[in-house]
Design a protein around this ligand. Structure first.
Ligand SMILES: Nc1ncnc2c1ncn2[C@@H]1O[C@H](COP(=O)(O)OP(=O)(O)OP(=O)(O)O)[C@@H](O)[C@H]1O
Ligand SMILES: [Mg+2]
Length: 201
């Protein structure tokens, strides 16, 4: 009976889906996610590969314009982010997620939902993240001076200070951004992408 229905499925329902890939760039605030993601998109374009940047800070502007960064709110923001990434990849759009995703379960959820998925972990000592975050001019939609506020006890929700940041246990790629330029980091990610999803083409 089930087979009968499967055979009767309209053609558009039998089309191969899930052809896009998704790379989640994770790391502490100030580790360089947005800078590296932007460079990665540029490098991909130079190779004729299009990818949609999906930033949690941009999503928050729409979904939670007055963010509280509570656990409940984060659950909604990350569930939405993964849902969008899933829809896009299902329809052949490649996605680069730029989001701290401080709890492992947010990223594990993406992995469970998106067949072609990879985590790129930007490792960077928190002292360097703090320094970079305090000096950056363009925050790319992220709130400003969050570590300062966290260290002064005015912001209890900052990953790495008041909230945990759980690094990936088995990231496909880990890059120490204290020891390389954003261009070198993006280059390493593109090499992993090419190796994983374009090597057989
Ligand atoms: N190797 C590097 N990789 C990435 N960023 C670097 C590097 N060296 C210096 N920087 C600088 O560090 C800052 C990183 O800020 P960025 O906004 O990219 O971090 P983020 O991880 O997106 O932080 P947030 O989680 O707050 O959005 C930028 O000002 C960038 O120019
Ligand atoms: Mg950012």
């Amino acid at each position: 009976m089930i087979l009968h229905f499967a055979a009767d499925k309209p053609r558009w329902k039998r089309l191969k889906l899930h052809d896009g890939w998704c790379v989640w760039i994770t790391g502490l605030p100030g580790s360089g996610k947005s800078t590296v993601a932007e460079t990665l998109i540029k490098f991909l374009l130079q190779r004729g590969i299009r990818a949609q940047l999906l930033s949690s800070d941009e999503l928050r502007k729409v979904l939670t314009p007055k963010p509280t960064y509570s656990l409940e709110e984060r659950d909604i923001v990350y569930a939405t982010l993964v849902y969008i990434a899933k829809l896009l990849t299902k329809n052949d759009v490649n996605v680069v997620i730029d989001a701290t995703g401080n709890l492992r379960r947010y990223r594990d959820h993406a992995r469970s939902q998106i067949p072609k998925f990879m985590e790129a972990y930007l490792e960077c000592p928190i002292e360097i993240c703090i320094e970079r975050e305090s000096r950056r001019v363009d925050t790319r939609q992220a709130p400003q001076q969050i570590y300062k506020k966290a260290l002064e006890g005015k912001a209890p929700t900052v990953p790495g200070i008041g909230q945990p940041y759980e690094p990936p246990l088995n990231p496909e790629i880990a890059i120490n951004t204290a020891e390389c330029t954003p261009e070198q980091a993006a280059q390493k990610i593109i090499e992993a992408i090419l190796e994983k999803w374009y090597a057989k083409i």
